[in-house]
Write a protein that binds this ligand. Structure first.
Ligand code: UD1
Length: 434
């Protein structure tokens, strides 16, 4: 198993190219199930989760070509993201097996498209997950509203709509990114009009909706909490470039801040990070838009402690909560960090504590009392965003940090070590000694 070794204390200076968003690419790939024509996605990041989704789609009968090659491995990265062509001329299986779904929760996004296209889907229940129970009840209730019959059988969700789905009003009792995406895709092929109320507003949903519109879907209200979809009989192929990853952008913005450096994040979108930029500004970090992206700089002394609460978009993203905690661990003063989206998303707390952070968790909040200096330690990655918070802490810490279980990072950060090393970080991957 690989480890990442960091010798901290170097200011990061330079440019980092931002990849396409994993969380946009995954639903966009699932959308290929909605049409018999080719959906061509560009700016797709080279990540383990993308490969998992490719394998899942392939076993549903989708023929995939990655950068011109038939899929049987990983997309090669050209530096500008990969291109994936997907063609679901026929759906050969409606089953999403446990083996693939348990690897990645986003697999559940094939549910809506399959039921909408062929009237049946059998998708394994995702099961437990490191950051809480994360049920899929909102996906199921929504599909039931569109007329699907849902049965839970032997660990599988069996959804049936032999005469197709019918548009309806779906009021989500809670904002869910995945359920909004699943229902948005399903409603495109339902008969009549669907309204999604209390819908999620994340840029990844807007990106999905824009691609669906290119495929012939009729959608209004993207980016608002009220999305209206008029179903069409069939969708066409399209070509679409995946939106820039706002979470990767935010992570590297925090890397600049925590090392007292200056980074230009090429392709990064300030308009997708307003809540994060507000926190960084209050902490004393300068963020400015440039013609190519955004530039983040901290040059005057330590950051200041700022309270942060995660919320659905446009609020502060839960996927940057661990990273901002690493930054606040080095701040002057205290910060209260509250997680309102997921229970049990503080697995990074004991690991950051091993690096000298002063953290106290009370329920859904963590009190962070900043320290002038963190110290390197051997730590363990527990989930994607928790792992990268340890990398950030390692970049600022004195001495050596060794991060174990880096496969979590490979699910969500493309070329992490290369991108950071190119800006002066002392970071390398090595085989763990046995
Ligand atoms: C997506 C993102 C993930 C991010 C999360 C919140 C992808 C592939 N993943 O995950 O990185 O952390 O949004 O921004 O895009 N919930 C239910 N029932 C459901 C669905 C969700 O109770 O049927 C709850 C969840 O447990 C959680 C909250 O709703 O407490 C939000 O989850 P949701 O927005 O659905 O997250 P995901 O789509 O799984």
């Amino acid at each position: 198993m690989d480890q990442i070794v960091i010798h901290g204390g170097r200011r990061l200076v330079g440019e980092i190219p931002i990849s396409g968003a994993k969380n946009a690419a995954l639903p966009l790939m699932a959308a290929s199930l909605l049409t018999a024509d080719t959906l061509s996605l560009s700016n797709v990041p080279y990540l383990a989760d993308i490969t998992t989704m490719a394998h899942l789609l392939a076993q549903h009968g989708v023929v995939l070509h990655m950068n011109g090659n038939a899929e049987n491995g990983s997309p090669e990265n050209s530096g500008h993201g990969g291109v994936i062509d997907m063609r679901a001329e026929t759906i050969s299986s409606v089953v999403a097996p446990y083996d693939l779904v348990r690897k990645m929760r986003a697999s559940v996004l094939v549910l809506g498209p399959l039921v909408a296209r062929v009237g049946e889907a059998k998708v394994s229940l995702p099961g437990g997950c490191a950051i809480g129970t994360r049920p899929v009840d909102l996906h199921l209730q929504g599909l039931e509203r569109l007329g699907a019959e849902i049965r839970l059988e032997e660990g599988y969700i069996h959804a049936l709509a032999p005469r197709g789905l019918t548009g309806a009003k779906v009021v989500f009792p809670q904002v869910s990114v995945g359920a909004t995406e699943d229902l948005l895709m399903a409603a495109c092929l339902a008969k009549g009009e669907t309204q999604l109320l209390n819908a999620a507003r994340e840029p990844e949903i807007v990106d999905l909706g824009e691609c669906l519109i290119k495929m012939g879907a009729e959608i209004e209200g993207l980016g608002t909490d009220r999305i209206t979809i008029r179903g069409v009989a069939k969708l066409n192929g399209a070509a679409h470039a995946v939106v820039a990853d706002r979470i990767e952008t935010g992570t590297y913005a925090i890397a600049a801040a925590i090392t007292g450096g200056t980074l230009e994040l090429i392709g990064g979108r300030a308009d997708h990070l307003a809540a994060v930029i507000k926190v960084l500004n209050e902490a004393g970090v300068t963020v400015e838009e440039t013609p190519r992206g955004i530039k983040v700089q901290r040059s005057n002394g330590p950051v200041r402690g700022v309270d942060v609460m995660t919320e659905p978009y446009p609020g502060f993203p839960t996927d940057l909560q661990a990273q901002i905690m690493a930054l606040m661990s080095t701040a002057e003063g205290a910060a209260m960090i509250t997680e309102s989206i997921f229970e049990n998303r503080f697995m990074h707390v004991p690991e950051l504590t091993r690096m000298g952070a002063n953290l106290n968790v009370h329920g859904a909040s963590a009190m962070v009392r900043g320290r002038p200096q963190l110290t390197g330690a051997e730590v363990m990655a527990t989930d994607l965003r928790a792992s990268v918070s340890l990398v950030l802490a390692g970049l600022a810490a004195e001495g050596e940090t060794v991060l174990n279980r880096v496969y979590h990072l490979d699910r969500g950060y493309e070329h992490l070590e290369q991108k950071l090393a190119a800006c002066g970080a002392d970071i390398a991957r090595r085989r763990a000694p046995v």
